[in-house]
Design a protein around this ligand. Sequence first.
Ligand code: PRX
Length: 628
Amino acid sequence: MSNQNIFYPSKEVISKANIKEYENTYKRSIEDLEGFWAEIAGRVDWHRKWDKVLDNSNPPFYKWFVGARTNIVHNAIDRHLTTATRNKLAYIWEGEPGDTRVFSYHAVNREVTKMANMIKSMGIKKGDIVTIYMPQIPELIFAMLACAKIGAAHSVVYAGFSAKALADRINDAQSKLLITADGGWRRGKIVDLKKIANEAAEITPLLDEMIVVKRTGHDVEMEDERDFWYHELEKEDFVHNKCETEVMDAEDMLFILYTSGTTGKPKGVKHTHGGYQVYTSFVHYAVFDIKPEDRWWCLADPGWITGHSFIVYAPLINGATTMLYEGAPTYPQPDRVWEMIEKYQVNILYTSPTAIRGFMRFGDAWVKQHDLSSLRLLGTVGEPINPEAWLWYYHIVGGGRLPIMDTWWQTETGGFMISPLPITPLKPGSATKPLFGIDADVVDEKGETVEPNEEGILVIKKPWPGMARTILGDDERFKQIYWSDFAEQGWYKTGDSARKDEDGYFWIIARIDDVLKVSGYRLGTAEVESALVSHKDVAEAAVIGLPHKLKGNAIHAYVILMHGVQETPELEKELKSHVRKEMGPIAVPEKINFVDSLPKTRSGKIMRRVLKAQALGEDPGDLSTIED
Ligand code: PRX
């Protein structure tokens, strides 16, 4: 290895690791992709085995485990009910106010069955999509699993989204049922989800019914005939009946999850029962070294892909015990997370660079006053981790003894793609190497592999079981976004730039499309721009991301006002609250600059890179295509 700052795992970590060898297994997995995944698929149960591992007859619409019959809920819950895992804790939940609830696998099955019976009674059938808009409470997880159990798909909309964003997603998925709650706790305040759900229901004609879980107990408006309290439904006899887990085709839809892309319209990324269960549960076992005695804490919201894969499906399939926390990680004090790790003796912590930088800001003392000796592995995801934050995480949280799994992946990939294993020597800021079966490379625009340490486009050259199958209702867009740049070679374009060093380690640099990562959240510049332009005083808008110490990137907007409108600090405030209303708090620009013109190409496309270079005082590069 090159003589950089390298952190080697201890002998103890290596001797206990679930996976003890990388190079040969990796080579074999790439040479015999189908053989490798057939072997890994043996980790889960199937009602009927596949006729073919991979159908690549119609790229990029790959099919995995063709002909197989299964249901992810069978592997996540049902199969544990006849083993000792039945009595094991599946979830340990703590609410922000400090209330706690725990669920064994047996209890999860009971709760999911109840919810499944309720959903069925609302007329939801196999193939329908149910929208879920919930705080981080156990019922969010039960709702997801209940949908999957009866063969319906779920579409979870993150609870930070606005009524308009929620309504757009309900419309796109054609959901007739919304599962929500009265509210949730965040920083000591109630987030009034039912109010937002009611507003959304008013602007979508589709919604027939709502199931509402009581969490906060504040007054909410319920509409007769449409809205049903969960605790009232629970009193009905039929809710307690047995509910069979529907046997599905491996390629049947499990869920859609909306994510941001380069156009204003969010895209519903589709995942399926078969390939997804094999992929997520395997990478979770391999990277986080899951052992029966572990307590695993993924500090994400179940409403994002990280939560779908690594709070809900993979940990349950692996029979793990998972922590779930409702609120803000630094509330009421900056040591909330460290206090909970000590209290519950958590073994593995998985969080984001933004959260780590947030903890760092409060100083080491908040961490050091807690006994974190139960921890044996750390992880991070969502954006590139700056070496300063990596080193703080390693030394202060990990006491210099715990490997950090920097996992690179996406909503579209289903699970980790480039990531260390516990046995991998680490370099701060590098996600290290591709996992088994993942043929990743860094190439130029023609598809040639670039020289070591040169920046290029990150591509994946072979399909994998956890990959997204399409964008809901828009196969063309799926093809165009991910598969058109390297159509001849049949490679997946990730949208990220990266470099590979002389040891074959990958260093993710940034998004190269018009997608921003702000505090690890994924936002399209076009979405924020169209929110701004929907305000009556705005004629045109352009949005860029500028480096931010805490958030990684911060949103900066450039706005041309309608003729005759005065630029005032009040208007800047109003535009910010307009974006909040249209999209939600995560999309609010840090700064809005009022300008007279925007740099554009002759065909009228806004040149965001010119705005960015100007803001950073850098050379804007080639300006030959600029109009003015
Ligand atoms: O830019 C990469 C960044 O997050 C993007 C995917 O975002 P999303 O679909 O919201 O999924 C986030 C959680 C899986 C990627 O294209 N990203 C994710 N993980 C890393 C990362 N960038 C650098 N290092 C990572 N570990």
